[in-house]
Write a protein that binds this ligand. Structure first.
Ligand code: HEM
Ligand code: HEM
Length: 182
């Protein structure tokens, strides 16, 4: 019986976790400081670097999540043995699905908000095609949604990590092993 997620899927899980740590912390820093605040504290070069790194991590997330959706669909999902209690099953499945939707929507929103605002969609030193025309009002609205979704993702991840730690340290069942690399 298969009792762990496939190795490529486990690799992508931890890759997404690392990139999310980076994209969320850089995004929240940008959100709290704003452009003017970042310029005051970090100067022109520091501000440009922070924006470029944030966009680069966000574009990486889009690639990783697309790959992850594929590995989720092509590999068998292991069954829980013994089965999870119904409440935990429903809650964890809901959180997992919402994370997929949110982590695919978030970089798309960031990309479209950036492009409609007339800013470059950067991936390291490359400028990717914006794909949409400039529209200042739409850009502002998309950035508002980008900000809200950031808090939603933070909430989902906190719930998810609490669940994982509960299984690992308190219940001490095999749930952590299903996703661990070793
Ligand atoms: C999963 C990936 C991403 C996460 C978690 C994320 C998260 C965030 C967060 C939390 C903020 C602060 C929003 C606010 O409070 O106003 C932010 C801002 C921003 N994000 Fe993202 N983001 C992601 C992807 C992207 C992508 C792909 C782009 C563009 C290519 C992008 C461009 C921006 C820009 C330009 C800002 C600054 C907005 C402003 O100055 O008002 N983000 N991001
Ligand atoms: C921080 C970003 C993280 C995200 C976005 C994330 C997302 C997910 C998702 C969507 C799943 C469902 C499996 C799938 O369908 O792919 C999952 C499973 C899992 N995650 Fe995470 N995760 C994160 C971090 C963590 C951390 C830090 C831990 C450990 C403390 C962890 C432990 C697990 C475990 C044990 C499973 C397997 C659950 C099961 O048995 O189905 N995750 N994760």
């Amino acid at each position: 019986m298969i009792d762990r997620y496939a190795y490529p899927h486990r690799l992508l899980h931890w890759g997404v976790a690392v990139v999310l740590l980076f994209s969320l912390s850089s995004g929240l820093t940008l959100g709290f400081l704003g452009f003017e605040g970042a310029m005051e504290r970090l100067g022109r070069a520091g501000t440009d670097t922070l924006y470029t790194l944030h966009k680069t991590a966000g574009v990486m997330m889009l690639g990783l999540m697309t790959a992850r959706l594929i590995t989720r669909l092509i590999y068998v999902v292991p069954v829980h043995e013994p089965p999870l209690p119904p409440f935990q099953h429903v809650l964890s499945t809901a959180v997992h699905h919402l994370l997929y939707v949110a982590l695919l929507a978030m970089p798309v929103l960031g990309w479209l908000a950036t492009a409609t605002g007339g800013f470059p969609v950067q991936f390291f030193q490359f400028n990717l095609p914006g794909l949409v025309g400039e529209n200042e009002a739409l850009s502002q609205q998309l950035f508002v949604w980008h900000g809200w979704l950031g808090w939603v993702i933070l909430g989902l991840v906190v719930l998810h990590i609490c669940g994982a730690l509960y299984h690992w340290l308190i219940r001490r069942d095999g749930v952590m092993t299903r996703m661990s690399l070793f």
